[in-house]
Design a protein around this ligand. Sequence first.
Ligand SMILES: O=P(O)(O)OC[C@@H](O)[C@@H](O)c1c[nH]c2ccccc12
Length: 381
Amino acid sequence: MESLLASPSAYRGVSFPSASAARCPSRARFVVTLAGAAPRARPLRCSAKDSIMEELAQDDMVNAVELAQWENGKSINDIAASQGIRIRRHCRPSVPMKEIEEELGAPRNILEKIIWDKEFEVAEGHARRPLRELIKAAEQAPPTRDFFGALASAYKRNGVPALIAEVKKASPSRGVLRENFNPVEIAQAYEKNGAACLSILTDEKYFQGSFENLEKVRNSGVKCPLLCKEFVIDKWQIYHARVKGADAILLIAAVLPDLDMKYFLRICKELGMTALIEVHDEREMERVLKISGVQLIGINNRSLETFVVDTSNTKMLLEKHGDTIREKGILVVGESGLFNPDDVAYVQNAGVSAVLVGESLVKQEDPGRAIAGLFGKELLH
Ligand SMILES: O=P(O)(O)OC[C@@H](O)[C@@H](O)c1c[nH]c2ccccc12
């Protein structure tokens, strides 16, 4: 039996010994070891490339860009860099961070650090709960709520951008925002005061969030659609979010190459989830506008690499791309650094239909009442 071992070194540019064997493993069972998992063998047909892609894509550990690198011998980081993505992946969650840093150097910025840690976390997730099990659980989960629809109708109803209110305890740039943090109480207060949707941070290490918070809010009687605010690098996380009650998920263009973006969008569609695609700069916006099926784009005013916040970023990107966005019926969310009615009016004039706000609400004693302060008026349900 011939087997092809995609060792972690594949990620550093060393691909298959024979590309044709990779494409046509007729004699073979295809063995994939990624993310430190035990090798699993699976028979593959070699008749059509698509069917191989499809079968591989169903593998617990494999995402679209990983397939592409096997196809053409490029490393995942080469593919990302060719699209202007600066965040590198280590793709070696079974190796201690020290060794990774010896090879790649220290993470270049906080986002890269978060992603490197996320790679370890996701591998643990796979080991704890295999994808197949998660997919079954997702099939049985209660149906999703319409995140996109809730934003569109709130915007119409109120004449100000619809609010996605964020349940956020802390952030790497601002530290702890609220000591006495009760996610369910905050979520209920947001809903009562007119939030269209809620965003629940689930990253533990840097934002002190959790999937438990997401689950608790979902089970608390809150009706608003919920965004799982995660650093998604693997489809496992999308199914996990769905199982924990998410109706929407964040996909960050600074992290995900186009193929992964497309693949994850397809998974979201199958699960009935909305994807909020986050961009920060011109290049990311251009990439994302070429991807079909994008409904919701978030423009982050904060760079996740430097933490610099600049609301004119939203204006600049919409001046340039507003026409295309309108033609495509895409709805834009203004994200981060919004504190008062002037800030909201500024991004609304720039063309956003929704805003994503955390700090300025969660820091106030009564986060629910803070909503009327942010908009300069009460929001209607
Ligand atoms: O707290 P603020 O400045 O209102 O920002 C909220 C939200 O935009 C921010 O938390 C955010 C936007 N994109 C992200 C990606 C990951 C983590 C966090 C974020």
